[in-house]
Design a protein. Structure first.
Length: 87
């Protein structure tokens, strides 16, 4: 995936989520859907960069993505993976 397509996917992450009724929890649900979509895109990009040449810009990008993904996962799923669920 080239940089332009990557940027476009990140910009569309929020638009690919469903809007529901206007309950008090809806903003949280909506933001969770957006951040989960962004997480998926970051993981996809990290997978594409796996095996990058040592000391290359791609390797540095992979390291930054890995740090970001791990930090998000610690916040999103503080108790670790849930059997049969996300996380």
């Amino acid at each position: 995936m080239d940089t332009m397509a990557w940027s476009s996917n990140m910009a569309l992450a929020g638009r690919k989520t469903k809007q529901t009724s206007s309950k008090f929890s809806d903003p949280v649900v909506h933001l969770t859907a957006i951040t989960d979509r962004m997480h998926a895109l970051l993981v996809q990009r990290a997978d594409e960069l796996t095996g990058s040449t040592e000391n290359s810009p791609e390797e540095r990008e992979l390291e930054a993505l890995t740090d970001t993904i791990e930090a998000y996962e610690r916040q999103r799923w503080p108790f670790g993976k849930i059997p049969g669920g996300k996380g």
